[in-house]
Ligand binder design. Structure first.
Ligand SMILES: Nc1ncnc2c1ncn2[C@@H]1O[C@H](COP(=O)(O)OP(=O)(O)OP(=O)(O)O)[C@@H](O)[C@H]1O
Ligand SMILES: [Mg+2]
Length: 240
């Protein structure tokens, strides 16, 4: 299957220093869910923000469906189909659920009813202001807003931020369904490793800004010690 996202040799970081992510290669096919794992400070958010054009790239290339995306161009990246659900969810808290969804809608994007099909709970809350929603409902709305933009690649940072595991367990299958139904590729940053691996096709572990492990999610789920070693920063092939 041909790649929808090709990210090669990505260096990323902040203006006043050396790259904190170095030489990252990521390739995703349509409908593929990749979970990006790693300890705090590994560079996961930096990768997503750089792919979404919120941070300029310090090196490397990013292509969506073969077309190169310029560095640090958030509007262009989103128009090209790279859509971020940030960890703070970025909702208009004073506007209703419907208004939040409609404002995000790209031309030829889905209808509110299509989003409600994925998240029936939102259907019961359409007239409620986003600031009055529960944490789980707010995350549903944040994902719904991203879907209104017809993403080719959906970037989700910390799906579970502030949510009980039971809510995360309910949300992850919806992400899987979106990927399967719509062919949307997904990069999922998630702290619940077991749940993330059960949802994803592939997994990458970042430690200290470098990829230390990459493989099929099911294979990695069967070998938790390999993941643990990677979290400690041990690259595959390195001797303990
Ligand atoms: N705005 C910033 N300015 C300078 N350095 C930053 C900034 N944000 C993050 N960093 C640094 O970049 C590195 C990677 O941070 P990043 O937020 O990408 O990690 P993360 O993997 O998302 O961690 P977490 O799991 O805690 O969310 C860290 O060393 C962090 O201190
Ligand atoms: Mg982060």
């Amino acid at each position: 299957m041909s790649a929808v996202l090709e990210c090669a040799g990505l260096d990323a970081g902040y203006s006043n220093g050396r790259p904190c992510v170095r030489g990252l290669d990521l390739t995703l096919a349509a409908g593929e869910v990749l979970c990006l794992l790693g300890p705090n400070g590994a560079g996961k958010t930096t990768v997503l923000n750089t792919l979404a054009g919120l941070l300029p790239r310090l090196g490397g290339t990013v292509r969506i469906a073969g077309a190169e995306i310029g560095s640090g161009r958030a509007r262009k990246a989103s128009r090209a189909g790279l859509v971020l659900v940030p960890d703070d969810r970025a909702l208009f808290t004073g506007l209703t659920v419907t208004q939040n969804l409609e404002l995000a809608r790209k031309r030829s994007g889905p209808a509110v009813a299509d989003i409600v099909e994925y998240f029936p709970r939102l259907g019961e809350r359409l007239g409620v202001r986003a600031g009055m929603l529960s944490g789980g409902e707010q995350q549903m709305l944040a994902i719904g807003r991203a879907l209104m933009q017809k993403p080719t690649v959906l970037l989700i940072d910390e799906l579970s931020m502030g949510l009980a595991p039971v809510i995360v367990e309910a949300l992850l299958p919806v992400i899987r369904r979106v990927a399967d139904d719509r062919g949307t590729a997904v990069i999922l940053v998630e702290q619940h490793v077991r749940l993330a691996l059960a949802t994803a096709d592939t997994a990458v572990v970042l430690a200290h800004g470098q990829q230390v492990l990459h493989g099929p999610a099911a294979e990695l789920a069967a070998d938790p010690q390999r993941i643990e070693r990677a979290y400690l920063g041990a690259a595959e092939g390195a001797t303990a």
